[in-house]
Design a protein around this ligand. Structure first.
Ligand code: GLN
Length: 489
């Protein structure tokens, strides 16, 4: 049962082979057993989840169900959910109870899906290893001594360990794709503006986007059908006709032009990851794809640009946590200024503080032109690189991350090494393009563990249906995405 896809579980619910209450209970039992170690969830509320499951069973009985009705889905703890504790991985929001639903939560509730719980994440989505969470690190189910990636590491570990049927994530610089790569699952960051940011706690608003994390592209297509759509409460939400993301899943790939950027296969990419990615590309050739060599010349500038722009936006977004309206407030203080300072000093962790300091610095008078404005100009050049590339190819492929999962603690004291995890993913956010990671094989660690490798697939704006087709064709031809870590039975 736990290995079934959303589609298969949906069919079992429709066929009355199982009820949503039974299915939800089965996952809750697994969470009780495995989560104390894996730590993929921050908050579980069995009563709430089971009440939703009961409601779903009524919809199923009345013939009012759709594809995701009754399916247990884990929600990254960045989405505000009514009545649920919503922490964003921070002490600042340790006791915050959501007063309303984020648009994404509302959409899943609207089709009768079950919220199985809130997943662990790097504090305010800042990180690539889940080690910055106030609620403790998350284990990678493939090797418990390694990180699951971040910032959606809880969602990734939950999907990989079969502690949910699928999960949501958010991606500002790679936070859906990199953990999907490190945990051996499929993750998609849509074109900026396709999913609403309403109720999704803001990190860097011009980059943040939510998306599905699941075991297959077919499952992600079903989730995209629910998650996307115009929302007038988000000023950057796009008003476009609703799409069916399953529509092209079974198209043949013959004639597909796949661009390989030379900058993605250069220094910094580990040799065993490169080998897996090359094998995946060979498989695509067999499926009829044509390979084109392309260049994204400004790739190396994407990390420095991101670490000016994202902290700038974060410093502004996080100014709302001042201890006045909500969030942590220091117990003792002398005056208002002291209360602000102590509340923020106590409530935020080290990485968040580092970003606030950098962001405030680059936005300050005298430095604005030198850093922030310059970074915005280079952001434009990075977007133009992709514009040029898509004149030569339909889709871009390469590695998702430069390495497989690393050991917990290995990069925790070296922010620059940590930031380099996103060297292949960040440019996609800067350009607002859709990007996806799918399981492409394994490497062997020195201690004999199999570690998953992700293939990144980057599409042109609004080309998600084609990307899912590209991923699905590969998943029909290979079985990397169905493999399960040992010891989670
Ligand atoms: N790892 C990057 C960061 O720390 C990206 C995080 C994300 O996509 N939320 O900012």
């Amino acid at each position: 049962m736990i290995n079934k896809s959303l589609k298969e579980l949906g069919a079992m619910l429709q066929g009355k082979e199982i009820s949503s209450v039974e299915l939800t209970q089965e996952y809750l039992n697994r969470i009780n057993r495995l989560n104390p170690e894996i730590n993929a969830y921050i908050t579980i509320d069995a009563e709430k989840s089971l009440a939703q499951a009961k409601h779903a069973d009524a919809l199923l009985a009345d013939g009012k169900s759709t594809a995701l009705t009754g399916l247990p889905i884990a929600q990254k703890d960045i989405f505000v959910a009514k009545g649920w504790r919503t922490t964003c991985g921070s002490k600042m929001l340790e006791k915050f109870i959501g007063p309303y639903d984020a648009d994404v939560i509302e959409r899943f509730d609207g089709v009768g899906a079950v919220n199985l719980g809130k997943t662990n994440m790097d504090e305010f989505a800042m990180g690539s290893s889940n080690e910055t969470s106030y609620f403790g690190k998350v284990q990678n189910p493939w090797d418990r001594t390694r990180v699951p990636g971040g910032s959606s590491g809880g969602s990734a570990a939950a999907v990989a360990a079969r502690l949910c049927a699928a999960a949501t994530g958010t991606d500002t610089g790679g936070s859906i794709r990199q953990p999907a790569s490190l945990c051996g699952l499929s993750g998609l960051k849509p074109t900026y503006g396709l999913t609403s940011r309403f109720g999704m706690i803001a990190f860097a608003s011009s980059l943040d986007q939510s998306g599905p994390m699941a075991r297959s592209c077919e499952d992600m297509a079903l989730m995209m059908n629910v998650m996307t759509g115009f929302d007038e409460r988000d000023s950057t939400s796009l008003n476009r006709p609703k799409e069916d993301y399953t529509r092209d899943l079974n198209k043949p790939l013959a004639g597909l032009k796949v661009g390989l950027p030379k900058e993605f296969f250069a220094e910094g990419l580990s040799a065993d990851v490169a080998k897996v990615v090359q094998d995946a590309i060979a498989e695509y050739k067999k499926l009829g794809a044509e390979i084109v060599d392309i260049s994204l010349p400004n790739t190396k500038l994407s990390i420095p640009v991101y670490y000016v722009l994202a902290p700038a936006e974060a410093s502004s977004n996080l100014s709302r946590y001042d201890g006045v309206r909500y969030g942590h407030r220091a117990k003792e203080y002398t005056d208002l200024m002291d209360m602000y300072c102590k509340s923020r000093a106590e409530g935020f962790g080290a990485e968040v503080k580092r970003r606030i300091l950098i962001g405030t610095y680059v936005l300050s008078a005298g430095y604005y032109d030198a850093y922030y404005l310059k970074a915005q100009q280079i952001r434009r050049l990075i977007a133009q690189d992709f514009e040029n590339a898509f004149k030569q190819c339909d889709i871009i492929m390469g590695p998702t991350a430069p390495s497989t999962a690393f050991k917990a603690g290995e990069k925790a004291d070296d922010p620059v090494a940590m930031y380099l995890q996103d060297i292949y993913t960040i440019a996609v956010n800067l350009a607002g393009l859709p990007g996806m990671s799918i399981p492409a094989g394994f490497t062997q660690s020195t201690d004999g563990k199999r570690l998953p490798v992700g293939l990144q697939v980057i599409g042109n704006y609004f080309d998600e249906a084609r990307m899912l087709n590209v991923g699905h064709a590969y998943q029909q031809a290979t079985d990397w995405h169905t493999q399960m870590p040992e010891g989670i039975e």
